[in-house]
Design a binder for this molecule. Structure first.
Ligand code: SF4
Ligand code: ZN
Length: 260
């Protein structure tokens, strides 16, 4: 399953994989899209994802936050505003809930790989974000081909993790690939945005910075992995998904909002 949001990275990856797949008749491919419930923005992206799947003749599955959690992201943001400052941005909710929704979608489809279109830019931003958040050991768990640490997790792979975003955009324009170009209305609130601006400035001034950061992390990854204690996952008390504690992070967030 290719996770397609409708944005340039995921739609471009879908086109490349659809082309490669023709040489592998034993492989079956489908597309999964999570509808977070962001009015107008996600509606347009869903249509673009659908149109691309139709053109390529690939099965498209959609799962919405509303269906899975009972609330769309706009409603969650509204709830957090009513309840006062939670300290979390819309992206904090969105990231956790989308990760769970994508895994559920992939597992229900019975696939053995979930392909994520994270670019080199996304990967380096995530690495720095983990450091800024004070959680550097998380870097050990977030890698190009993820380990499967529980049978309910579908293995995530990120084939574009060493491709700079500007090359993806260039390819998309050359191939006249249709993708969504308007940004999510909540994107400005994310810390990732500041990290992106900083890294873009560095890359512009010192070409190769993104690759250097990515390669440096890959060099220290074995040491990080060796020092991370092995975790035993149990099943979330509320939803049954794998988790370290009593509740998975998604249920924790929804419980704090008083909706589960
Ligand atoms: Fe979700 Fe934030 Fe991305 Fe919008 S920018 S889709 S809220 S993670
Ligand atoms: Zn849960």
């Amino acid at each position: 399953m290719v996770a397609v949001s409708g944005g340039k990275d995921s739609v471009t990856l879908l086109h490349i994989l659809a082309k490669i797949e023709k040489a592998f008749p034993d492989v079956a491919m489908c597309v999964g899209t999570v509808d977070e419930g962001v009015r107008d923005y996600r509606d347009e992206a869903l249509k673009i994802a659908e149109d691309n799947c139709r053109k390529l003749g690939i099965e498209h599955r959609v799962l919405s936050f509303k269906e899975l959690f009972g609330y769309g992201l706009d409603e969650i943001v509204e709830l957090t505003r009513k309840r006062g400052e939670s300290g979390l941005t819309p992206c904090s909710y969105c990231g956790v809930l989308r990760r769970k929704a994508l895994n559920t979608l992939a597992r229900k489809a019975g696939v053995d790989k979930l392909v994520i279109a994270h670019s080199l830019d996304d990967e380096t931003q995530t690495m720095l974000l983990n450091i800024v958040h004070g959680d550097p050991m998380r870097i050990a768990r977030s890698k190009p081909v993820l380990d499967v640490i529980h049978p309910k997790f579908v293995r995530r792979v990120k084939p574009l993790c060493m491709v700079p975003e500007r090359e993806i955009v260039f390819y998309a324009y050359l191939k006249k690939i249709q993708f969504q170009s308007i940004p999510c209305p909540y994107a400005q609130t994310a810390l990732r945005n500041d990290i992106r601006t900083m890294l873009n400035r560095m890359e512009h001034k010192h070409a190769g910075t993104l690759f250097t950061i990515f390669n440096s992390i890959e060099k220290i990854r074995p040491a990080l992995e060796a020092s991370v204690a092995e975790v035993t996952l149990k099943e979330c008390r509320l939803c049954g998904e794998p988790t370290v504690g009593d509740l998975c992070r998604a249920c924790q967030l929804l419980q704090e909002l008083g909706v589960v």
